[in-house]
Design a protein around this ligand. Structure first.
Ligand code: SAM
Length: 245
């Protein structure tokens, strides 16, 4: 998926979707010779991403993950951001994001004093650093469900979106147990997970087998208290906010 997204050349229509420029402006640049275009099948035209960046810079749509929805514009994501995520973040916090991908949500989390971005796939960090490099953002390559390099009881807030939706219960449980070590007492967590009771998850073989009752029980059995749940905003998944007592 990442390989497709990060292709060297994309079609002119993809370039419009990613927000480099309007179709009219791209056509104009091609006509004037400022932008080289290569003919593809069905009258498509391929443009080099490097050329697009040189002319138009890096748009938000170049952040890997925006093709699943931009939290600034897609209503359910904007709701989750404004209603749940932003009120949970404080500048003085140390935070963790599990599975940042290209940084679609990191853009909101990075205002914390320190943010650990934890991912299992090293290649994801190369993609991530296209848009996000800062002294307060610390990438950590983990072994699947652990937090190497993060201190005991160091973390005030933990966030993960678009990641646990793909996990099966044993991996979720392993993460929930390993998180205990790094979380402060009173630390809050917001996790987005698969809800197979919803048709769009049931039809998606890439989504893990989970639902709100199962997730709530798992979270509680792992020693956390549930703060709030949203089982309606997302069409294939749900949100749970909980805390380490
Ligand atoms: C579908 S992407 C979501 C990216 C981003 N959170 C977003 O919403 O745009 C899944 C991310 O989870 C990461 N990932 C997959 N398995 C993981 C694991 N066991 N632990 C941490 N990250 C993992 C992937 O490398 C990728 O960054």
């Amino acid at each position: 998926m990442l390989r497709d997204f990060r292709a060297e050349k994309i079609t002119l229509l993809h370039a419009v979707e990613r927000g480099y420029a309007t179709r009219a402006d791209l056509e104009k640049a091609v006509r004037s010779g400022a932008l080289a275009a290569e003919a593809g099948t069905n009258k498509s035209r391929f443009l080099k991403v490097a050329d697009l960046e040189k002319l138009f810079g890096k748009p938000r749509g170049d952040i890997y993950g925006m093709h699943w929805g931009d939290p600034e514009h897609l209503a359910p994501l904007a709701f989750i951001k404004n209603h749940y995520l932003l009120p949970l973040i404080e500048k003085e916090f140390t935070g963790v994001e599990i599975g940042p991908g290209g940084g679609r949500w990191t853009q909101y989390l990075k205002k914390m004093k320190r943010l650990y971005v934890v991912d299992f796939y090293q290649e994801m960090f190369a993609e991530f650093s296209r848009h996000f490099t800062a002294a307060n953002i610390i990438p950590i390559k983990n072994n699947g469900s652990d937090f190497p390099g993060i201190g005991d009881e160091e973390v005030d807030f933990l966030f993960s979106f678009g990641v646990f939706v793909h996990f099966e219960l044993p991996l979720i449980e392993s993460y929930l147990r390993n998180m205990q070590r790094v979380l402060k007492h009173g630390a809050k967590l917001l996790i987005h997970y698969s809800d197979k009771r919803k048709i769009m998850a049931a039809l998606n073989p890439g989504f893990g087998v989970n639902d709100p009752d199962t997730m709530r029980e798992l979270v509680t059995n792992c020693g956390y208290s549930v703060v709030q749940e949203d089982t309606t905003t997302m069409w294939h998944s749900s949100i749970i906010i909980f805390m380490r007592p």
